[in-house]
Ligand binder design. Structure first.
Ligand code: TRP
Ligand code: ZN
Length: 887
């Protein structure tokens, strides 16, 4: 931790490296109290850039034992060591630098660099963790071929892994052994990985289209060997899909995955040695929910796809992070859409964008997809870089069409194979391959904030024209007071009485391009613009932003009747879902107003009727019906209320409960029908049909429990008989949220007794408890911090319990006395020292203080100020705090 105030670095200051590293030799000697790292770097001055410059290597928390240049040991006066660097003023144009240092993986709680997760050694080097292993040019535009040797005690660490191919294994005789690995693909240090542990593997193989036999292995602790099948199947599906859709083949004979329990994020794409948070790889029907199965499939795919979008073509600097992350999220989203239900996947992703990414874009940490500056890069692994970045790539896909997009990606991969490049290089390849001008579109990379599209519609019966008037604007974000108009693809249809109408834009060639003529992508480019459709025979309801064609907020003054029409009859699944959400929001806001004015709450029967009709329609996909009948969360409603004068958590909560209950009672018989109808009798499989049925059945259970106390019996019966974790956990949630205290405690105790040996299930248990409503919630969560099952050093447990409370228990987190914030702040304070990345991430809910009315908003700010006054803030926490508190 630095004492000096950490400072920002800027994209505009980017300079190519003064030195390059051609080859990197690493030798690790692993012991129980230390690791010794020997590095030999084959360095060369970068011609034309580095003339006369000193060599400056990154390094943090390293204890120097020995240093030599071209084999000659350097004396103390010949180099200089600072807190995070080692410099040598006078070096030749080409030389080797050898160093030996001591590090302490056992004491490394930050989970960056080389650390111990339970019994094994592992690494996490992205973004800047390699500098905690040895002195290096720890930047992604320095790419080297790595040779690695690992020495460790044979009994404790029989498996020794690194990137690339194994080249030697020796028994050293003294109870220790050594393995050597060589990775033929030059790579930046952030893709380096090492694992040493007592691991077993599930083995399989894959033959590439080009005939290469690839050995696939998933390494886990012995007890988890039965939980690898789904990840292995997902890996093989991903490999095939990338060949079919992108023409990308795997490039080595080995692909390894290792599961570790202590991990800051989901997983890491280290070349041929992906390291996964165990929660993102292990699955079994007994212990994993449907959601969990889908997450594993998506993350296995995501990391695999990085082999091309990230590893073969990597980022020039960390400002370009979205180059690999946005593109790879787009790739994994399309993969998931192809494997399951495309519309449901799109709805889920749009929900994340709207609820969480829009909030980030409206908050103090708002930044462009390609940030201009940062203090700590770890803080920029954000929804904006990942999810909005993926939406930006999706818009290119929409604008170019699938064939031209594929030409663009082929050109990008071919032209930049083996290089470290920029977002601009990606856009250029897309432009050149398609002949499309993406000039204005580039602003999506540079401009932060969520654009607002305000749309109006006007029907001229005499002229048979329909005019859409579109205005776009983006509110200022920190550092960007003025915004420019963007190129926004706005997918539209027009809904008539008997279905979607044929579309003909005035002054344009007949719309025959798309397979059906009822769907069109408008290109919005101006601050204000009109689109006139001709030959419109009846007054239509506009169907707007189909498929969530752009990451924007859309305003159109629909009547509730119009929303009902879209919800039940539009051709676009996303628009149907969105109409249901908008209808719910308008009803929720109306009820909240009544509550605030002490009027009797009245839930519009039109809404209740529309919901019931939907639920009765057995021709629809149950998964979509469930998504449409799920009310927007309190966090999202608070976000919307912020724009209307400050969110009041109590009235938002009350309004939501009121509408839930009204819907539960109004359609009670239909809910019961849906609950019974959607039972799955086939053996568990995480396939779309079953997932859909369970999803609607468990949503029905939630509503039923609200309608009538007796229905808790259904939840208890389901809990007792459930043969899979999806149904078991859904029932447990309902009992915990809606049952009596005794029913809740009994179920929670039973669940823990049953699953205490399964860490991942225990995490779910922690999360369910964090969301138990009522005054006692904070004390319960505080008590659980001391539970044997909790460990502050394990990020998954922190996310489940502490994150679960802040994000999943709005009323208790936002207690008027501020005790929820204080508790949260104290956890952050502890993590600031042990794991700054996790500490900074946990700050997010408090940074939204401006959204809340008094007393919450002020109390949130007070807690941020208390934290900001602490001595020794990590750069991670410092950055979030200081940006959240600027006036
Ligand atoms: N590149 C990883 C991904 O696939 C992200 C990641 C994993 C990461 N571990 C990390 C980022 C630790 C920062 C710190 O998305
Ligand atoms: Zn990624």
């Amino acid at each position: 931790m630095r004492d000096a105030r950490p400072s920002a670095i800027y994209l505009k200051d980017y300079r190519p490296p003064a030195f390059l590293i051609e080859r990197t030799e690493l030798a690790f000697d692993l012991h129980e109290d230390r690791a010794i790292v020997e590095a030999t770097l084959h360095l060369r001055r970068n011609s034309g850039v580095g003339a006369g410059e000193a060599l400056v290597l990154h390094g943090q928390e390293l204890e120097l034992l020995w240093l030599a240049l071209d084999g000659r040991e350097l004396g103390e006066g010949e180099y200089s060591l600072a807190e995070d660097s080692l410099s040598i003023a006078d070096v030749p144009d080409q030389f080797t630098l050898s160093s030996r240092c001591r590090i302490r993986p056992q004491d490394n709680t930050s989970l960056e660099g080389l650390y111990k997760s339970r019994t094994m050694f592992c690494t996490q080097c992205e973004a800047e963790g390699f500098r905690k292993i040895t002195w290096y040019l720890d930047r992604p535009d320095v790419m080297a071929e790595f040779e690695v040797s690992i020495e460790a005690e044979k009994a404790r660490y029989p498996v020794l892994l690194s990137n690339g191919n194994p080249v030697a294994a020796e028994d050293l005789g003294n109870g220790r052994h050594r393995a050597r690995w060589h990775d033929p693909f030059p790579k930046p240090a952030y893709l380096f990985a090492l694992v040493a542990g007592d691991l077993r593997s599930v083995d399989d193989s894959f033959t590439t289209r080009g005939g290469r036999q690839v050995s696939l292995r998933i390494f886990v602790e012995e007890k988890d060997l039965d939980k690898c099948d789904h990840a292995m199947i997902s890996l093989k599906k991903s490999m095939r899909w990338d060949e079919e859709v992108y023409g990308r083949e795997y490039d080595l004979d080995i692909f390894n995955i290792v599961a570790v329990d202590d991990f800051n994020m989901g997983a890491m794409e280290n070349k041929s040695l992906n390291i996964f948070n165990s929660s993102c790889v292990l699955c079994s029907p007994e212990t994993t929910t449907d959601k969990g199965f889908q997450t594993v499939e998506a993350i296995v795919a995501h990391e695999y796809f990085h082999n091309w979008s990230g590893n073969r073509v990597t980022c020039r600097d960390w400002f370009q992070l979205s180059l690999k992350e946005g593109f790879t999220v787009f790739r994994d989203a399309e993969f998931s859409a192809d494997m399951g239900s495309r519309t449901v996947k799109r709805v889920e992703d749009a929900t994340v964008m709207r609820t969480a990414q829009f909030a980030e874009d409206a908050g103090p940490m708002a930044h462009p997809v390609r940030p201009d500056s940062f203090i700590e890069i770890s803080n920029f692994y954000t929804l904006t870089v990942y999810e909005k970045g993926a939406e930006v790539v999706r818009m290119i896909h929409t604008l170019l069409g699938p064939e031209a997009f594929r030409k663009g990606s082929d050109l990008y991969f071919e032209r930049h194979d083996g290089q470290a490049v920029t977002c601009e290089d990606f856009v250029l390849a897309m432009e050149e391959a398609s002949g499309t001008d993406l000039g204005q579109f580039r602003r999506w990379y540079a401009q932060a904030g969520t654009p607002l599209l305000s749309v109006g519609g006007d029907y001229d019966e005499d002229a048979q024209t329909y005019t859409l008037s579109v205005r776009q604007s983006t509110a200022p974000t920190p550092g960007q007071p003025e915004k420019q108009p963007l190129l926004i693809p706005l997918a539209v249809g027009l809904l008539g009485d008997a279905g979607n109408l044929p579309l003909q834009l005035e002054g344009e060639a007949p719309n025959v391009e798309s397979e059906d003529n009822t769907h069109l992508v408008l290109k919005v480019t101006e601050a204000e613009q009109q689109f006139v459709f001709s030959g419109v025979r009846e007054r239509p309801v506009p169907s707007l932003l189909r498929g969530f064609s752009a990451p924007v907020r859309l305003e159109y003054n629909y009547s509730r009747e119009e929303l009902c029409a879209l919800m039940s009859r539009d051709d676009d699944g996303f628009v149907r879902w969105d109409a249901a959400q908008q209808l719910a929001i308008s009803v929720l806001q109306e009820v909240e107003g009544q509550i605030r004015e002490d009027q009797a709450a009245r839930v519009d029967p039109l809404y209740l009727k529309a919901c019931e009709t939907l639920l009765q329609d057995t021709s629809l996909d149950p998964a979509m019906v469930a998504e449409m009948l799920r009310l927007p969360g309190e966090g999202y409603l608070a976000e919307l209320a912020a724009r209307r004068g400050g969110a009041r958590v109590e009235s938002i909560h009350l309004a939501r409960e009121t509408v839930l209950k009204a819907l539960a009672l109004h359609a009670e018989a239909t809910w019961l029908e849906a609950y019974r109808r959607n039972v799955v009798n086939a053996p568990y499989a995480p396939v779309a049909g079953q997932i859909a049925a369970r999803s609607l059945r468990n949503l029905s259970l939630e509503y039923l429990a609200l309608a009538r106390e007796e229905h808790i019996a259904l939840a208890r019966a389901q809990y007792a008989s459930a043969g899979n974790m999806t149904d078991s956990l859904a029932a447990l949630r309902v009992i915990s949220q809606r049952g009596t205290d005794a029913q809740r405690d009994e179920a929670l105790d039973d669940f823990y007794r049953r699953w205490q040996a399964e860490a991942l299930v225990v995490n779910q248990w922690l999360q369910v408890q964090a969301t138990v409503p009522g005054e006692g919630a904070l004390a319960r969560v505080q008590g659980l911090l001391q539970h044997e099952a909790f460990d502050l050093r394990n990020p998954n447990k922190v996310r489940s319990l502490v994150g679960g409370f802040a994000n999943g228990n709005p009323l208790q987190f936002h207690r008027a006395d501020g005790a929820g914030y204080r508790f949260h702040g104290e956890v952050i304070e502890a993590l600031n020292t042990s794991n700054p990345q996790i500490a900074a991430r946990l700050l997010a809910p408090l940074t939204r203080w401006r959204n809340y009315a008094a007393p919450q908003g002020a109390a949130m700010r007070t807690e941020l100020e208390r934290l900001a006054a602490l001595p020794k803030l990590s750069p991670d926490v410092f950055e979030v705090l200081s940006k959240s508190l600027v006036d």
